[in-house]
Design a protein around this ligand. Structure first.
Ligand SMILES: C[S@@+](CC[C@H](N)C(=O)[O-])C[C@H]1O[C@@H](n2cnc3c(N)ncnc32)[C@H](O)[C@@H]1O
Length: 231
């Protein structure tokens, strides 16, 4: 499959210091949860491809950049009828999520360990009913803005993969990134902001769970939560 030349939206795709125990955890647990691209690029035998998996659930939810997976697993428990796919490239985040899944397996969770935009490109059109991109790396320096995952290219991928009425949930504690997100979404005619009043963005959406990362960030700027509907 041709690899798209995405500019990296993440800082540390790998992660140092994966010891023997974690290597074993990856080898034993990841094949149980990892999804493959439809092309058949499968790392474990017998895995269902994505359309086949989707057909077993009433809805498909995607989280890009799940960090340690707290929000992903929380949403999956909240909504067992939907398949929840989480994407994370940072190996220590992945390991934290796998540890939880080992303790408390959830049949409606799958993990994609590459760039979430690659998965977006390969999902059937209109497959997604919910997408979360929460506290993405803010890339504050001007010369790094091109790395921000919210950009016209990602919005086009999301628009294709989401069905009409599907929701896109964004959050950031970085005021300039919040303005950037709103400006980019406002420039795309295929999404409408669901805010009902000026204060809406201060409040997390229903069913939200605060991750450790978010908790730490709260000491800085107030987080903003933005929900959009794919029209
Ligand atoms: C700042 S952390 C936030 C983690 C989590 N969303 C939370 O709120 O706790 C952003 C995460 O997104 C991941 N990430 C960034 N770009 C990504 C991409 N294109 N595909 C998958 N993961 C990505 C990074 O590896 C990082 O772990």
């Amino acid at each position: 499959m041709p690899r798209p030349p995405f500019i990296h939206s993440y800082a540390r795709p790998g992660g140092r210091g994966v010891g023997e125990a974690n290597r074993r955890l990856l080898a034993e647990e990841l094949p149980k949860w990892e999804i493959a691209l439809e092309s058949g690029e499968q790392r474990a035998e017998g895995k269902k491809n994505i359309p086949a998996l989707c057909s077993l659930f009433s809805a498909l939810s995607l989280e890009i950049g799940f960090g340690s997976g707290e929000h992903l697993l929380h949403r999956a428990k909240q909504n067992p009828d939907a398949l929840h796919i989480g994407c994370e490239v940072y190996v220590h985040g992945l390991l934290a999520c796998l540890k939880e899944l080992k303790k408390d397996p959830l049949a409606n969770v799958r993990i994609f360990t590459e760039d979430g935009r690659l998965l977006l490109q390969n999902l059937p059109e209109g497959a997604l009913s919910r997408v979360y991109i929460l506290f993405p790396d803010p890339w504050p320096k001007n010369r790094h803005h091109k790395r921000r995952i919210i950009n016209p290219e990602t919005l086009a991928l999301l628009h294709r993969a989401m069905h009409p009425g599907a929701e896109l949930h964004l959050a950031t504690d970085h005021p300039h990134y919040a303005a950037w997100m709103l400006a980019h979404l406002a420039n795309h005619s295929g999404f409408e902001w669901l805010a009902e009043c000026a204060e809406d963005w201060h409040n997390p959406p229903e069913g939200h769970c605060t991750t450790r990362y978010e908790q730490k960030r709260k000491a800085g700027s107030a987080p903003g939560y933005f929900q959009f509907r794919r029209v």
